[in-house]
Design a protein around this ligand. Structure first.
Ligand code: NDP
Length: 503
């Protein structure tokens, strides 16, 4: 770390009026970190990725470029699976289910899943770098969250594969068959692990589709699956766009759909599946309340707010995107938050010092910008720290709004970006009412010194996960999922296993 005097940076490319950015060139004393870029030399990537069907790489007609959102440079080409390709993958999964996987003993299934986990662990650094290159998230997050948690899910569910009768004692159950899984771009490898590991542990076979902007770590996982010797067709990995996902959903031989993504697409899928016997798990959007009571440990709460909304550029379904601060401490919290935001480092995701990386795609950047502009137009006050943004790539400054009304779009809609809406309350009852005033119900956070307040409020908040005096903590043994328009069904823990069995 170096200390030097420098001129205030240029305002960067965001056009919104902010409270903090200075246009002058006054000399300022700043602490600066020397760049510490993660090497990409050890990364083995192909120029072109075919589909992974029946244990082999299968060519298709159409391919698309997957780019690095921090540089806008093409990394590789990925196959765009057509309806015929989806059919091929589903038939391979069905054959593998009937001929091999349903006849493989639970103990043997466990061995394969452990093997996948161990090989992934050996390649952890490679996975982390590719996740960061393809998705834009800071390398320190891919290294410390995405990859270790993905591994942990494979290890955890490997452990359950031969103990299902203890997980569900005195119950008759059987695997479902071929399951279709559709995942988003915010945690590609982790979402794949959340879905593939319990499905395999329960004896199902899988057809999974990555999101259009982030196909690469799933294809790396396909390489691991090959290396682990998993029987052909047990896991089939496809890339493509919405039409590929729709073909999986509508395939008559797919017996269950596990979907993570937007509420809008979730509703489309539910409409398509209505009237069939397909099982569904839906993990959809969120607009979580992070509630700071006046007796909270404020400095810890500030870190919780930062982690809650700026982690992964706010591309997190359970992000603490609505901050509720008790009125008596509002000024202190806002002051500390502004101070903390100024120290967040925005830029090269491969730099180990970076806190906020690139926005995943141009489309997502446009969506964030549009919603932030709506906040300014509706009279809310925007705060953005002074920081210059790289000339290329997709970037958005970590931001927060004050003077927010509950009816404002930024307080109601999922922005899915590094943007926080700050609201206030006077009593715990008011906090609960305001926290529940949303179509979503995925997660929430409560910060207070009083255990009794935590228990009272946790019971009253309609959300699948409520963290107290922390935020965004995950463990494979803890179930995760929502209420209301945040979806249904659970992933993780025993509850996550149950979703992959017929009772
Ligand atoms: P989507 O919900 O569109 O995408 C999620 C996954 O579903 C992707 O793999 C996508 O494919 C696929 N998909 C798209 N259309 C269909 C369809 N008709 N049938 C089946 N599968 C389909 O999210 P987006 O990536 O478009 O993001 C849009 C917004 O959704 C974001 O701005 C954000 O607000 C929210 N979002 C929420 C997430 C969450 O976890 N809560 C995760 C991701 C997004 P493809 O990528 O190829 O289009």
């Amino acid at each position: 770390m170096t200390f030097r005097e420098k001129s205030a940076p240029a305002a960067g490319r965001s056009s919104a009026n902010t409270e903090s950015r200075s246009n002058g060139s006054a000399k300022k004393s700043v602490w600066e970190y020397a760049p510490s870029a993660e090497s990409t030399d050890h990364i083995l990537l192909k120029d072109k990725y075919d589909l992974f069907i029946n244990g082999k790489w299968v060519r298709t007609q159409k391919y698309f470029a997957t780019i690095n959102p921090a540089t806008e440079e093409k990394i590789a080409e990925a196959a765009w699976a057509s309806k015929d390709d989806v059919n091929r993958a589903v038939l391979a999964a069905e054959k593998a289910y009937n001929n091999v996987w349903s006849k493989t003993s639970p103990k043997e299934r466990a061995k394969y899943i452990f093997r996948i986990a161990r090989i992934m662990q050996e390649k952890a650094r490679e996975f982390a770098v590719i996740e960061t290159m393809d998705g834009g998230k800071p390398i320190k997050e891919s290294k410390s969250v995405d990859v270790p948690l993905a591994l942990a899910h494979f290890f955890y569910y490997a452990g359950w594969a031969d103990k299902l009768k203890y997980a569900f004692p005195n119950q008759d159950f059987s695997p479902i068959g071929v399951v279709g899984q559709i995942i988003p771009w915010n945690f590609p490898l982790l979402m794949a692990a959340w879905k593939i590991a319990p499905a395999l542990a329960c004896g199902n076979t899988v057809v999974i589709k990555s999101a259009e902007t982030t196909p690469l770590t799933l294809y790396k996982l396909a390489e691991v699956i090959q290396e682990a010797g998993l029987p052909d067709g047990v896991v089939n990995i496809l890339s493509g766009a919405g039409d590929t996902g729709a073909a999986i959903v509508n395939h008559p031989k797919v017996k269950k759909i596990a979907f993570t993504g937007s509420t809008e697409v979730g509703k489309l899928i539910m409409r398509s599946v209505a009237g069939t016997s397909k099982k569904l798990t839906m993990e959809l959007g969120g607009k979580a309340a992070n509630i700071i009571m006046e007796d909270a440990p404020i400095d810890q709460a500030i870190e919780g707010i930062i982690n809650g909304i700026y982690f992964n550029q706010g591309h997190v379904c359970c992000a603490g995107s609505r901050l509720f601060v008790q009125e008596s401490i509002k000024n202190t919290v806002i002051k500390k938050l502004k101070h903390r935001l100024k120290s967040l480092r925005v830029g090269d995701p491969l730099d180990k010092n970076t806190d906020v990386g690139a926005i995943n795609s141009k489309m997502q950047l446009n969506k964030i910008t549009e919603l932030v502009n709506s906040g300014v137009e509706e009279g809310c006050t925007l705060f953005q720290p002074e920081c210059s943004l790289p000339a290329k790539g997709f970037w958005f400054r970590p931001s927060f709004f004050t003077n927010v009304a509950q009816s404002n779009r930024i307080a109601q809609e999922e922005i899915f970006g590094p943007v926080l809406s700050v609201l206030t309350f006077r009593t715990p009852k008011e906090a609960i009412e305001k926290a529940n005033n949303t179509q979503y119900g995925l997660s929430a956070g409560i910060w207070t010194d009083k255990g009794s307040k935590i228990f009272k409020m946790v019971g009253a908040i309609k959300a699948g996960v409520v963290w107290s005096n922390t935020y965004n903590k995950f463990n494979p043994a803890s179930p995760f999922g929502g209420f209301k328009e945040s979806g249904f069904g659970r992933e993780g823990g025993l509850q996550g296993l149950k979703e992959y069995l017929n009772f």
